[in-house]
Ligand binder design. Structure first.
Ligand SMILES: [Zn+2]
Length: 308
């Protein structure tokens, strides 16, 4: 299982969580949940809805009647909110596939993505089965060979917003998994791409972290950053990691486009970063340090103005 955390921003609650792999706690938690299927109209693909346990008997029966369709199952205490979240997720899924993978009409997921909406940070932490965390979201992806066998997003929903603030970010991780089936993309690239879909205020906060870290001499060299295989455990280093990764991805995407960046990552996996950088950007590992001096604008992909 591949699980990646969404960094804490707006608001910060407790200590950040480190990335984790493996384990079955998410799986057993999901199995304990009772799902309620529902169809959605409004021209969008219908999606599954779910209620937190306990659910009425009729809800259990409805989950087996075959009316559940679409790419998402939303587990949410409020049915109307769940419907809105599912519709938003469908739209964001299409946008992420089109923007990042140049797929205007992505195939439906046979294995739906389960979105579990937690009303509090405590409920989120309990569902993930770990120590207290401050992440706003988490993504779990499980492969069977080169096919995704499980998609799950957990998000905290404790601020006054229609859509949980971490949802778009986590959804990018899930969409990218459809492309990177043999191995996940490098940490810096995976997070940097997901951060492009965060609300502008959250992106600016990460950039502020990065600028402050630069001032204090706490940033990594480019070679160190792209070689990181795991998330930093220390909360301050996590902030630097997210801010620096976002800056580098924005800078590279701004030089060409998102599609080129994905091809660069494909070649990086098979031939190494030096070859891939030279081929797609005419750059070396040393020269990408310019990303820290020529930070690209937050709205590199033009996503900032879309309706939330
Ligand atoms: Zn993330």
């Amino acid at each position: 299982m591949h699980r990646v955390p969404n960094p804490p921003k707006l608001p910060v609650i407790g200590d950040p969580v480190a990335q984790s792999r493996g384990g079955s706690k998410i799986r057993s938690s999901a199995a304990a949940c009772v799902l309620l299927a529902a169809s959605f109209a409004a021209g969008l693909p219908s999606a599954g809805m779910a209620a937190e346990v306990p659910a009425p008997r009729s809800a259990i029966e409805q989950s087996n009647d075959g009316r559940c369709s679409g790419n998402f199952t939303v587990v949410c205490a409020d049915t109307d909110r769940g419907r809105e979240i599912a519709a938003h997720a469908e739209a964001m899924r299409r946008e992420a596939f089109a923007t990042l993978l140049a797929e205007e009409h992505p195939r439906p997921w046979v294995v739906r993505c389960e979105i579990r909406v937690h009303a509090s940070a405590e409920a989120f932490t309990a569902a993930l089965g770990g120590p207290p965390v401050s992440a706003r979201g988490a993504t779990s992806i499980e492969f069977m060979g080169d096919t995704v066998a499980l998609r799950r997003i957990d998000v905290v929903d404790d601020v006054d917003a229609t859509i949980p603030d971490a949802l778009d970010h986590e959804l990018v991780h899930v969409v990218l998994a459809d492309h990177f089936v043999t191995a996940p993309p490098p940490r810096w690239a995976d997070e940097g791409l997901a951060l492009l879909f965060d609300p502008p205020a959250k992106q600016r906060s990460h950039e502020a972290d990065f600028v402050a870290a630069r001032r204090r001499g706490l940033t990594w060299s480019a070679a160190e950053l792209v070689a990181l295989e795991e998330y930093p455990v220390d909360s301050l280093r996590q902030e630097v990691f997210y801010g620096q990764s976002a800056a580098l991805v924005r800078w590279l995407v701004a030089r060409r486009d998102a599609a080129t960046f994905i091809r660069f990552l494909d070649d990086e996996a098979s031939e190494g970063i030096a070859t891939a950088l030279a081929r797609h950007y005419d750059l070396s590992l040393d020269s990408i340090a310019s990303a820290w001096k020529e930070v690209a604008p937050i709205n590199t992909l033009g996503l900032a103005d879309r309706r939330r």
